[in-house]
Ligand binder design. Structure first.
Ligand SMILES: Cc1cc2nc3c(=O)[nH]c(=O)nc-3n(C[C@H](O)[C@H](O)[C@H](O)COP(=O)(O)OP(=O)(O)OC[C@H]3O[C@@H](n4cnc5c(N)ncnc54)[C@H](O)[C@@H]3O)c2cc1C
Length: 439
């Protein structure tokens, strides 16, 4: 018989505790208990103790899962975040950071863990031994767990040789420098600038390309007389994943601002200022920015598809690996996006809390995609319900978005309020991007 986590901890005689979600949420104040930040997580075992929940990956999904577990499971779970990096970053805020219109969310991970009330271990998950409930971590360490949530994201691989890659915050400074150079060179050469932004097949989050194109168009056309910005995308329509209404809204914005789109275009290579397309045809460009192709993490010990994405069941549990769940971009779920990653994290946290004997009133995972697209003089809220194919979009940011940028980029049910509770100024509230959001 499969034991629940609660039975594994040897506290079955206690019976389930029950606390409602509102009571649980009250423990999620931004000033929650301080974390024991540690390089060497002490996860020693006791027979009657909170369950050790290890979350590998402290990105969007990992931190949302940690916050949700604090809310749902309270003291029944001892939560540790494991990540090789020292920063918590929201990739969706990297475009504004790159083109100088706003700040990105980029916080010390140690502070994030402390305010979330969880522990932090620095290291990279390298292998999972699900049978022994152990993970191997970089520097030859092992960590035991009762429940493991794998939230390590996807790997980004450059897609067009010779283009400026844009994978997120790590490329923001180089992209800004590349656009600065481009603008200066174009000004000297008579004011003509042709920029292409490429969305390759296999790119999981094309919205960044449209934001970059809109921001670049705005910026270049302020200084240069003859600017052509083109999005060259493998998609059938711009942001097709969001459905026809959202696509049409994005197309209208691109048209109004003067950004061209070439759809169904798979790039074969870049040669002497020409993007050559599979099946013939080309797009001329003096400078090219390319989004990456995303691949799964391919972690040893976990089942994966041909591209390394972790195979999960509908409840987020990893197939064939008892006690292991996976959420976010690193899984086989076909849509990789912040609100999806957070909804998966919430559902998995609720499932683990239930296994710990806590009653949680939380609906199952619902794949609703919600995103904010900034650029072109406005911020557009886009939404698509992936269950029934229903899609909606609205062309305005909510007034709340105006003063609190860039937090509206984050749609996590626990993460968004958590970030809004961050000390004033640390997130760059009232940044230069704020006026852009006026409707
Ligand atoms: C440029 C860009 C713009 C985007 N814009 C938007 C947007 O506007 N709206 C939106 O909703 N979505 C957007 N997305 C998608 C969104 O950012 C992702 O869906 C989301 O970040 C997925 O969260 P995650 O936690 O799965 O992965 P990530 O956020 O990538 O986090 C993964 C974490 O795991 C850590 N890690 C990696 N390997 C290991 C390991 N072996 N062991 C331990 N830790 C590890 C990493 O250091 C990182 O902290 C964008 C993505 C990109 C790249």
């Amino acid at each position: 018989m499969v034991q629940t986590l609660w039975q594994r901890r040897g506290i079955g005689e206690r019976g389930p505790r029950s606390f409602g979600i509102s009571e649980a949420r009250s423990r999620l104040a931004p000033d929650g208990p301080a974390a024991g930040s540690s390089d060497d997580a002490d996860m020693t075992h006791a027979s009657d103790r909170p369950a050790r929940v290890l979350i590998a990956g402290a990105g969007i999904a990992g931190v949302e899962a940690a916050l949700a577990l604090r809310a749902f499971a309270g003291e029944a779970a001892k939560v540790t975040l494991l990540d090789p990096g020292r920063r918590f970053r929201v990739p969706g805020t990297a475009t504004g950071r790159a083109l100088g219109w706003g700040v990105g969310i980029d916080l010390p991970l140690v502070d994030v863990a402390a305010r979330a009330g969880v522990r932090l271990a620095l290291g990279r998950l390298e292998r999972v031994d699900a049978a022994r409930r152990l993970v191997a971590v970089s520097a030859a360490r092992t960590l035991p767990y009762d429940a493991l949530i794998v939230a390590v994201g996807a790997r980004a691989e450059p897609s067009v040789a010779g283009a400026i890659p844009f994978r997120g915050h790590d490329d923001a400074v180089a992209l800004r420098a590349g656009i600065d150079d481009f603008e200066a060179a174009a000004a000297q050469a008579g004011g003509r600038a042709r920029l292409a932004v490429v969305v390759p097949a296999g790119c999981s989050w094309p919205l960044a390309a449209y934001e970059l194109a809109l921001m670049a168009q705005d910026r270049l056309s302020a200084e240069l007389s003859d600017v052509e910005v083109t999005v060259v995308t493998a998609e059938d329509t711009p942001l097709a994943v969001l459905g026809p209404e959202a696509s049409a809204a994005v197309e209208r914005t691109l048209g109004r601002v003067g950004v061209a789109v070439r759809t169904g275009a798979v790039v074969r290579g870049l040669n002497a200022g020409r993007l050559e397309l599979v099946g013939g045809g080309s797009v001329e460009a003096d400078r090219v920015v390319a989004l990456p192709i995303h691949r799964g993490p391919g972690l040893e010990g976990l089942p994966a598809d041909a591209h390394g994405f972790i195979r999960t069941a509908g409840d987020g549990s990893v197939l064939g690996a008892p006690g292991v769940w996976a959420v976010g971009d690193g899984t086989t779920f076909p849509v990789k996006q912040g609100s999806i990653a957070c909804a998966q994290a919430d559902a998995v946290a609720a499932g683990i809390a239930r296994e710990l004997g806590v009653e949680v009133d939380e609906p199952p995972f619902e794949p609703v995609l919600q995103a904010v697209m900034a650029g072109g003089g406005e911020a557009m809220l886009l939404r698509a319900d992936l269950r029934g194919g229903r899609s909606e979009s609205s062309g305005a940011a909510t007034p709340a978005a105006r003063g609190q940028w860039p937090v509206p980029k984050v749609t996590g049910r626990f993460l968004a309020p958590f970030l809004l509770g961050w000390p004033v100024g640390a997130l760059g509230a009232a940044t230069p991007l704020a006026p852009l959001l006026a409707v």
